[in-house]
Design a protein around this ligand. Sequence first.
Ligand SMILES: Nc1ncnc2c1ncn2[C@@H]1O[C@H](COP(=O)(O)OP(=O)(O)OP(=O)(O)O)[C@@H](O)[C@H]1O
Ligand SMILES: [Mg+2]
Length: 248
Amino acid sequence: MNREVVIRTDKLTKQFGDFIAADQLSIEVYAGEIFGFLGANGAGKTTAMRMLCGLSVPSSGTATIAGYDVYSQTEQIKKHIGYMSQKFSLYEDLTVRENIRFFGGIYGLSDKQIKEKSALLINTLGMEQMAAKLVADLPLGWKQKLAFSIAILHDPDIVFLDEPTGGVDPITRRQFWDLIYNAADRGITIFVTTHYMDEAEYCNRISMMVDGQVKALDTPANLKKQFNVATMDEVFFHLARSAKRKGD
Ligand SMILES: Nc1ncnc2c1ncn2[C@@H]1O[C@H](COP(=O)(O)OP(=O)(O)OP(=O)(O)O)[C@@H](O)[C@H]1O
Ligand SMILES: [Mg+2]
């Protein structure tokens, strides 16, 4: 099958002094897919994601995002992507509506577009009662759903989500994934990190990162087959264990 590639990296590397945080990453992500980016704490996920978003200059290797080069075309990249960082990305001291207006302005939407999109977003999330509240006063799950909806306000080609459901309860996590599926149905490619293995099952394909390197990349079903195990947890443990043995 000839699928359009929207993220392509070749030996993409980030070094901090002597320490290699992302080591020769070579991946391809297809248009419209939900791509899970998994790895233990410190594996290098955020480091890699920041390079893909044009926020951090790689030490070596190449990458194109929506066809744009991560070294020389970071401004174009930023126009074509959404990014929900691991640290909370909205303004706590602004209301829900003010945050939408603020980010809509940054994304270059017109006043009319912002008005229409605000109404739609608030309605879709069912946040009518909360629209005038400060974001600081919202429960975490609502903050995260709002942050995601704002990250895709400008209909980007790709949205990067760095642990968007960390610390969120199971029901809200499910609702969050409904939002992800809706966005994917609209053609937005999803690049998402998570530590929850049930969420890994929701992805079309998954890469598993260990100590800065991508050690496996396939569909959840194929990964389980490859390691001859029943769950994604076991795939994860298997990879982590074999990497540790090599390092001993
Ligand atoms: N600016 C920096 N300077 C030096 N080391 C860094 C820097 N940023 C990250 N690192 C190191 O790189 C490694 C990878 O960190 P990174 O934050 O990318 O991991 P992660 O996979 O996102 O982890 P987590 O699941 O905890 O978010 C860690 O050892 C971290 O300490
Ligand atoms: Mg991280």
